[in-house]
Design a protein around this ligand. Structure first.
Ligand code: CP
Ligand code: NVA
Length: 310
């Protein structure tokens, strides 16, 4: 834990298997404490700045509530409300905010922009989603799978859809905890080759298998966990109609889920478009744990915040 204090949380690839397992255990403890009404003011007097360049429901509320439950506070900084919208650089913004707050969570477009922001900041910086990564979400996803399955090692996770931020962070996170991962995407929408190569390297050490395919049935075959995400992410609204055509064969529906294990879990980071990437019957099915997953954003991030900012 001492090793985590002061660190940035930009991708799961930056964290060791032991650190991820520690964060998950810490999250389970914090969740139990919250449920039993045991105070845990580990961040008393600390303030988190939260920059949002894209909309958010879960990320904003879970980080803000998490800080309050830890005895601290959070400040919402919408892009339009700060000078970032008038061209002040990320470098200057990071330097200035570092003089006021004890940590910054940022949701932005360019991952490189996040990296530059974190380099300039002198306080821990947490990735609240970029175009290519969503590690805070995947920490909550791993917590949800662990709670429902009692283990992570050796389980197979199938991700069907766009090779986007969720696909990348799931690849990076799954191999760290010894889960097998299969990603099925249409041609031209595969996950980034460098991220896949990095995951394959880690997989050699942890015993995970990584499969990248264009065939959703092959990916979902015997899966313990089935995951999907929207076809058009934030910032890709103009591509919505074209993507609907390309991704149609990648819809997660009852027919596809028949290929998964009989006790499979369905996860979706939300927001979902029912009838597009997933049918309503699947998201409302008992196999679906999407609302536990959303809740676990809170507990996983409290573990993260208290480890980095204590
Ligand atoms: N899953 C997720 O990050 O949701 P929001 O966009 O609502 O924060
Ligand atoms: N891939 C989606 C995830 C939303 C939480 C997006 O980037 O919009």
């Amino acid at each position: 834990q001492r090793n985590l204090r002061g660190r940035d949380f930009l991708t799961l690839a930056d964290f060791s298997s032991e650190e991820i397992h520690w964060l998950l255990q810490h999250a389970l403890n914090l969740k139990r404490m919250q449920q039993e009404g045991i105070p845990h003011p580990y961040l008393q007097g600390k303030v988190l700045g939260m920059i949002f360049e894209k909309p958010s429901t879960r990320t904003r509320v879970s980080f803000e509530v998490g800080m309050i439950q830890l005895g601290g506070q959070a400040i919402f900084l919408g892009k339009q409300d700060i000078q970032l919208s008038r061209g002040e650089s990320l470098y200057d913004t990071a330097n200035v905010l570092s003089r006021y707050v004890d940590g910054v969570m940022i949701r932005t477009f360019s991952h490189q922009g996040l990296v530059e922001f974190a380099r300039a900041a002198t306080v821990p910086v947490i990735n609240g989603l970029t175009d290519t990564h969503h590690p805070a979400q995947v920490l909550a996803d791993l917590l949800t799978i662990l709670e429902h399955k009692g283990r992570l090692q050796g389980l197979k996770l199938a991700y069907v859809g766009d090779g986007n931020n969720m696909a990348h962070s799931l690849l990076e996170g799954a191999v760290k905890v010894g889960m097998h991962i299969a990603v099925a995407s249409p041609e031209g929408y595969e996950p980034d080759a460098a991220i896949v190569a990095g995951a394959e390297e880690v997989a050699k050490e942890t015993g995970s298998q990584v499969l990248i395919t264009h065939d959703p049935v092959e990916a979902v075959q015997e899966a313990d966990v089935v995951v999907t995400d929207v076809w058009a992410s934030m910032g890709q609204e103009a591509e919505q109609a074209q993507r609907e055509t390309v991704f149609k064969p990648y819809q997660v529906n009852a027919e596809l889920c028949q290929h998964a294990k009989s006790d499979y879990l369905f996860l979706h980071c939300l927001p979902a478009h029912r009838g597009e990437e997933v049918t309503a019957d699947i998201i409302d099915d008992p196999h679906s744990v999407v609302f536990d997953e959303a809740e676990n954003r809170l507990h996983a991030q409290k573990a993260l915040l208290s480890a980095l900012m204590r």
